[in-house]
Every structure is written in structure tokens, then in C-alpha cells.
Design a protein around this ligand. Sequence first.
Ligand SMILES: CC(C)(COP(=O)(O)OP(=O)(O)OC[C@H]1O[C@@H](n2cnc3c(N)ncnc32)[C@H](O)[C@@H]1OP(=O)(O)O)[C@@H](O)C(=O)NCCC(=O)NCCS
Length: 193
Amino acid sequence: MLSWRNQEINRQASKNSHVISVEEHLRWWSAVRADPTRRVLTYRHDDLPCGVVTFFDLRFDQHRTGSWGFYLDAEGLAARGATLPAWLAVMRAAVDYAFDVLELDRLDGEVLADNTVVRQMNRRFRFVEGTGRQEVHNGRQITVIPISLHRSDRRVLDFSGKSTCRSHHVSSTPYIIQRLAITDHRRTREHPA
Ligand SMILES: CC(C)(COP(=O)(O)OP(=O)(O)OC[C@H]1O[C@@H](n2cnc3c(N)ncnc32)[C@H](O)[C@@H]1OP(=O)(O)O)[C@@H](O)C(=O)NCCC(=O)NCCS
């Protein structure tokens, strides 16, 4: 997990772009696993762990809301020629988890303005962008764009990328495999190395 987060492409796509040390990682993990407002999940593709989805600021009161972010083992996936299918599938699995497991009413997130490919993919999943704001992280000036998806606007795609009816989609085998491929480490008490 740490080596993926530290890959150049993922650091550039994140607000916090410095290389994270092992000590920092262990401190972060012990805080995250004790925090009920967060979930850290690994994503498996073709039975190989290859990505991380984090949910944070989870609120389970009257309006169930939460935020999310993700990153992939970009280098490993590129070497296997599996980047695009894994990217599509991790986004789909994360959105499914947010609405079907966490039962959120609204899923929020953020994306850097220059991350045009992720912004395009977000639109495909019907995330709506808010107004960007300037921030400075580690001396780097970035524009952060908030995104959100309401449960009622959620679009479910089949494997060819076509929209499909939600209830039919749940019964298709590949979808179920993808859904089960996401692991909550806080629940398993396993350290996501
Ligand atoms: C939403 C997004 C822009 C947020 O960036 P970010 O806040 O730096 O993202 P992270 O969730 O990784 O980090 C949150 C915090 O946890 C820390 N953190 C994350 N993983 C950590 C780890 N393994 N060990 C220690 N700290 C960690 C970060 O340093 C950051 O700390 P800060 O709050 O002090 O800044 C980014 O996560 C994202 O999802 N971008 C869109 C999707 C994308 O482009 N993904 C990559 C390409 S596939």
C-alpha cells in the first residue's frame, strides 16, 4: 500500500505529494484503524491486490454522507496492460461499496484540476463538480475541485460501459466478483502492508 501511494503518478494526483515514510505510514495506520469515520479498503483485480480506496468523514446520522479517494498500483497494472479495466472496476466497486454497503445518501470527493482523465471518468460515473479552490500543499499550488454523487443520480455500468438497470446488474457474475474483491482491513485487523 505504501509503495503504491508513493508512486510518482499517485503523489502527483494527491494533495499531499511528499514521499511518505514507513514511520509516517505506521502512525497513520494506527490512527485510521481506530477511527470509525474512516475505512481503508484494498482492491483486487484478477485476484491480485492492486489498489486502495479510502472512505473518510463518514457520517451515519440523518443524512448519510462520506468522502472517498483512491489510488492504484499504476506501475504494476501498466506492466500487465490492465490499467483501464482496473481503473474502471475500482471506481465501480468503490461507488457500489459507498451506496450498497455504507448506504450513503451522498458520496463526496475531490480531484485536482489538472487530473483531466480522472475528472472525465468521474463525469462518466455522474459525479458533479463544484467550484475549484486554490490550496498550497508542500509548497505546491494546486486547484482542488470538490465532486459529489447523490444516490439518486448513481449510474450503474455493465462491463461494456453501457448503463444498465441496477437490480439486473447485481445478478451478473463479474459484478459480484468485483464487489467481493474489496477488503476492509480495519475489520479484518490485518495490516495493509
Ligand atoms: C482525493 C485526493 C485528491 C486527496 O489527496 P490526499 O488528501 O493527499 O489523499 P490521501 O487520502 O492519500 O491522503 C490523505 C492524508 O492521509 C495521508 N496518507 C495517505 N496514505 C498514507 C499512508 N499510507 N501513510 C501515511 N499517511 C498517509 C496523506 O499524507 C494525507 O495527509 P494530510 O491529511 O496530512 O495531507 C486523492 O486521494 C484522490 O483520490 N484523487 C483522485 C483519484 C486519483 O487521481 N487517484 C490516483 C490516480 S489512479
